[in-house]
Design a protein around this ligand. Structure first.
Ligand code: CTP
Ligand code: CA
Length: 224
C-alpha cells in the first residue's frame, strides 16, 4: 500500500471525507453526540487513498483511528467540521460519512454544571447545527464535482434516502439500514443502497472495507 500511495486511477484528485460523530458540549465535561464508530469513513478514506487520491480526512472524535496515508483534520463540533471542510476546498469530490449532531446546546456552560441532589434539573435549549453536506452541495464554483452523502435510516430506507438526496442537493446518497438487530451499527459489515440520479441500487451485505472499495472504485470511475 505504501508504495502505491499517490498512484492509481485517483492520482491527482483531492477528496474530502468527513467521518465520526461530532460532540456538542453541554459543559466542559458533558456532550451530546450520535452513535458512530467512524469505521465506514476510515475504510472509505483508506480505499480512496489506495487508489491514489489525496484525501483530506475531517474527523470528529471517532473510536476507530484514521487510516494511514491521509491528511487528518481533527474537529469536535459540527461548526468546526464545517469550517474544516470549507478550508479543505476546492476538491474534486466530497464524501460525508460523519454522523453530525443535528443540534447543539445553546449557551453551553463554561464551568461544569453542578448536580443539586433532589433540586432543580438543568434545562437544555437546542439550536440547529449547520448542514455541512447541504451547504457544500449548494456551493457555486467551489462545489466539488461529486458530492456524496450517507444516510443512516431505520425504516423506508430507499424512500427516505431518495427524498434526502433531493433535499440536500447531493449527487449520491449511500443509504444503510441501521435498525437495532441488523448489527450494522458498530459492526464489521454494512448493507448499503446507492441512490443516484439513475435510481436505487442495493448492494449485498459485505464487510465495511469491501463497501469502501466498491464505492471508491465507483468514485474513480465517475471522476475519470
Ligand atoms: N450531514 C451533514 N451535516 C449535518 C447533518 C448531516 O453534513 N448537520 C450529512 C451526513 O454526514 C450524511 C447526510 O448529511 O452524509 C445525511 O445525514 P442524516 O443525519 O441522515 O440526514 P438529516 O438531514 O440530518 O436527517 P435525519 O437525521 O432527520 O434523518
Ligand atoms: Ca441527522
Amino acid at each position: 500500500i505504501e508504495a502505491a500511495l499517490g498512484e492509481g486511477p485517483l492520482s491527482g484528485r483531492r477528496i474530502v471525507v468527513t467521518s465520526g460523530p461530532t460532540h456538542e458540549p453541554i459543559d466542559p465535561v458533558r456532550y451530546i453526540a450520535n452513535r458512530s464508530s467512524g469505521a465506514q469513513g476510515a475504510a472509505l478514506a483508506h480505499a480512496l487513498a489506495a487508489l491514489g487520491a489525496h484525501v483530506v480526512f475531517v474527523t470528529g472524535p471517532a473510536a476507530v483511528p484514521p487510516p494511514e496515508g491521509v491528511e487528518v483534520r481533527r474537529v469536535e463540533t459540527a461548526r468546526e467540521m464545517l469550517a474544516a471542510v470549507e478550508a479543505a476546498l476546492p476538491a474534486d469530490a466530497a464524501v460525508f460519512t460523519a454522523a453530525v449532531a443535528d443540534w447543539r446546546v445553546e449557551g453551553a456552560a463554561q464551568e461544569k454544571i453542578k448536580k443539586v441532589p433532589g433540586g432543580d434539573l438543568p434545562q437544555l435549549t437546542f439550536r440547529e447545527n449547520p448542514d455541512i453536506l447541504a451547504h457544500v452541495a449548494a456551493l457555486g464554483p467551489q462545489r466539488p464535482r461529486l458530492v456524496v452523502g450517507f444516510a443512516a435510516e431505520t425504516q423506508d430506507v430507499v424512500a427516505n434516502a431518495t427524498a434526502k438526496r433531493d433535499r440536500k442537493g447531493c449527487d449520491w446518497i449511500v443509504a444503510n439500514d441501521v435498525s437495532p438487530g441488523t448489527g450494522i451499527m458498530g459492526g464489521p459489515e454494512n448493507a448499503v443502497t446507492l441512490v443516484t440520479e439513475d435510481g436505487a441500487e442495493s448492494w449485498p451485505r459485505m464487510p465495511k472495507a469491501e463497501v469502501a472499495e466498491r464505492l471508491a472504485a465507483r468514485i474513480a470511475e465517475t471522476l475519470a
